[in-house]
Design a protein around this ligand. Structure first.
Ligand SMILES: NC(=O)c1ccc[n+]([C@@H]2O[C@H](COP(=O)([O-])OP(=O)(O)OC[C@H]3O[C@@H](n4cnc5c(N)ncnc54)[C@H](O)[C@@H]3O)[C@@H](O)[C@H]2O)c1
Length: 257
């Protein structure tokens, strides 16, 4: 029998992108609550500074670094800053992402499509690439990408967003197989609609959506960011040591229909 690894994240160095709010912040809180040491990043430097200040006020070991995940140099600088602060990178949560406005594909805005692919898909690719280089050099690590149920199936009126998240699962599964013998696990979480600023914006854009979403859910509610953060921390931990290459639906049963 293996000894319990319930606190396997204590002292581990964990990087979270898009950590200034929502699911990224909840993941950072879940990781910190079991003793992880954090490198938090976001494109919104002011909100990130506030989060870092709050974490430090609680006595937590945390650094913050501005990063735009669409910019290769910015991503490289983030990994370099992580190593400068902590010498290694045990876990990476690639969470930074944006939504697209509701529109059927024929009415999709081209610039918005490009932006969703740049942030959600290329951003995840760039982060994974540089995280993997470090994890290979140090002999292991864990990556958790934040995809979506829109990466598991069609998402009417969100085709560009769905395409970007399907791509994130393609990256996840491919890298999981490529590095499975190198001590590296790569998984994704696939949340359904979760109560964050992103969803508040989407609901403001289309108020009738809330009732439709709640009705479609077997649990008759949206997810809460804390519920997603806890699952991300579990995937980062040794408790999930045989989970690799998965897109874990966190959806209250939505995809069980
Ligand atoms: N909220 C949901 O219902 C839901 C469902 C499924 C998946 N997701 C995914 O979860 C992730 C987090 O979303 P959220 O709901 O917390 O949204 P959010 O808007 O609350 O947070 C997203 C964060 O990403 C940051 N960000 C945006 N562009 C960035 C960039 N170029 N570089 C670095 N950071 C950037 C934002 O500043 C923000 O802090 C996203 O990838 C999103 O697609 C959300």
């Amino acid at each position: 029998m293996r000894p319990s690894s319930a606190n396997s994240l204590a002292g581990k160095i964990c990087l979270v992108t898009g950590a200034a709010g929502g699911i990224g912040l909840a993941a950072a809180q879940a990781l910190a609550s079991v003793g992880a040491r954090l490198m938090l990043s976001d494109v919104d430097a002011a909100r990130l500074d506030g989060v870092v200040t709050d974490f430090r006020a609680l006595g937590l070991d945390v650094h913050g670094m501005h990063c735009d995940v669409t910019d290769p140099a910015s991503v490289q600088a983030l990994i370099a800053a992580t190593l400068a602060a902590y010498d290694r990178l045990d876990c990476a949560v690639n969470n930074a992402g944006i939504e697209t406005r509701n529109a059927k594909l024929a009415e999709h805005d081209d610039a918005e499509f490009d932006r969703a692919i740049a942030v959600n898909l290329k951003g995840a690719y760039l982060c994974m690439k540089h995280e993997l280089k470090q994890m290979l050099a140090q002999g292991g690590g864990v990556i958790v990408n934040v995809a979506s149920v829109a990466g598991l199936g069609g998402a009417p009126t969100l085709a560009g967003y769905a395409a970007s998240k399907h791509g994130v699962l393609g990256l996840t599964r491919s890298a999981a197989i490529e590095y499975a013998t190198r001590g590296i696990r790569v998984n994704a979480v696939c949340p359904s609609y979760t109560n964050t600023a992103m969803v508040q914006r989407m609901l403001a854009d289309k108020p009738s959506l809330r009732a439709a979403l709640v009705n479609a859910s077997p649990m008759k509610r949206l997810g809460e960011p804390e519920e997603i953060g806890l699952a991300i921390a579990w995937l980062c931990s040794d408790e999930s040591s045989f989970v690799n290459g998965q897109g874990l639906a966190l959806d209250g049963g939505l995809t069980a229909w």
